[in-house]
Design a protein around this ligand. Structure first.
Ligand code: PMP
Ligand code: GLN
Length: 381
């Protein structure tokens, strides 16, 4: 019999809840994907490049114009300098970038710090490489990081720390103090930072996005993993990237080369051209802040408690003061009974800790957001 390498892993909650939402024709605020299409100009660019014959393998590291555009964006928006030839690699989504970065650094027995709640791809990627996830659990509703607790979990066994800012599912955005604290703790160690920044362009209320790579003591140890799927409403295109210093990128590319070799060619050219206009990514934060505000204002009429999200396109709400129902059961029940699908936040904890929270994705049309909020406000507890 085949011995499972991931015995505790089943189908992801995103697939489960989107399936349930479809089955019950519910408003699907569960899986994180935009409920609207991308800019038609971007689709046109893909058509242009497929018709133009850009349909064979891309270079393993990504097409040069996209690597150049990503490097130009990193320096102009975040002040981060990367050489497009040796330090920028295009991947099949951030998921692949994260997997390749973790694979490049983890050896059997190495410990890797994860902040919980955590995106679901991190722990399996660590375990498949023989690493050991070590969990740190910032507490809601603010989710600020307790650096004394982190210090207690860091040792010479620590090989990597996974950072995710802006954070899915809490919306927490890392501060300069967080970066300083991480830099101080890692200073004496031979450890790396794998930084998941897929929501880099989605922070609210003028709070800046700060990459660990912006810290002088962290830049040389950081694999900055991102995705254009969130920024341009094209999650299905699965174009991600990894920015990392030359020596790290060289090892990263050895893994990427045998995971996928390269990624879809005409879409890379299209995105490269589209990135040429900074307005396309600089307006995304305001676009989602308006949606967040619309959704949370409408939710004020409900009995849920929440702190408005600082970034991402997710809003968490608490209901522990209303009911002791398990969050998974509640998410399923609301999908079936009132036709509003969400993600139970317990799935982001390795022990499925139930803090009585649901996550709603507000990357949806305004009418759907208002209808969902109204149905949630009519709930009787
Ligand atoms: N990290 C986080 C925090 C995410 O929310 C997502 C996706 N939805 C990913 C990584 C994966 O990104 P991609 O779809 O580009 O693989
Ligand atoms: N990242 C998305 C979310 O958090 C889902 C991605 C997926 O379906 N794997 O909802």
């Amino acid at each position: 019999m085949l011995q499972s390498k991931l015995p505790h892993v089943g189908t992801t909650i995103f697939t489960v809840m989107s399936g349930l939402a479809n089955e019950h024709q519910a408003l699907n605020l569960s899986q994180g994907f935009p409920g609207f299409d991308c800019d038609p100009a971007l689709s046109e660019l893909v058509a242009k490049y497929t018709r133009g014959g850009f349909n064979q393998y891309a270079p393993m590291t990504g097409v040069p114009p996209l690597r150049q555009a990503l490097a130009a964006k990193a320096v102009s928006v975040f002040g981060l300098t990367y050489d497009p030839d040796t330090e920028v690699t295009v991947t099949s989504g951030a998921t692949e970038a994260l997997f390749a970065a973790l694979t490049a650094v983890i050896r059997p027995g190495d410990e890797v710090l994860i902040f919980e709640p955590a995106y679901d791809s991190y722990a399996p990627a660590i375990e498949l490489n023989g690493g050991i996830p070590v969990y740190i659990t910032p507490e809601g509703p603010a989710y600020a990081i307790d650096w004394t607790a982190v210090a207690g979990k860091i040792s010479s066994r620590t090989r990597a720390v996974i950072v995710n800012t802006p954070h899915n599912p809490t919306g927490y955005v890392w501060t300069q103090a967080d970066l300083d604290a991480l830099a101080a703790l890692l200073k004496p160690l031979d450890a790396w930072v794998v930084s998941d920044e897929v929501y880099e362009h989605i922070t609210f209320d003028s709070q800046p996005h700060l990459s660990p790579a912006s810290h002088p003591d962290l830049k040389d140890r950081t694999f900055l993993c991102g995705s254009l799927g969130k920024t341009f409403h094209v999650t299905g295109w699965k174009i991600g990237f990894c920015l990392a210093p030359k020596a790290l990128s060289a090892e990263f590319r050895k893994i990427h080369q045998y995971l996928t070799f390269s990624t879809v060619t005409p879409v890379q050219y299209a995105l490269a051209e589209y990135l040429g206009n900074p307005e396309h990514y600089l307006t995304v934060a305001a676009f989602y802040q308006r949606k967040r505000d619309l959704f949370v204002q409408a939710l004020e009429a409900s009995a849920f408690r929440f702190v408005p999200s600082q970034g991402t396109f997710f809003q968490n709400v608490s209901y522990g003061h209303l009911s002791q129902e398990n969050d998974y059961d509640l998410a399923v029940r609301l999908t079936k009974q009132i036709g509003v699908a969400s993600i139970p936040v317990s799935v982001f904890y390795h022990r499925k800790d139930d803090h009585k929270q649901l996550r709603f994705c507000f990357a949806k049309d305004d009418t759907m957001l208002l209808e969902a909020a109204e149905r949630l406000s009519r709930l009787s507890w």
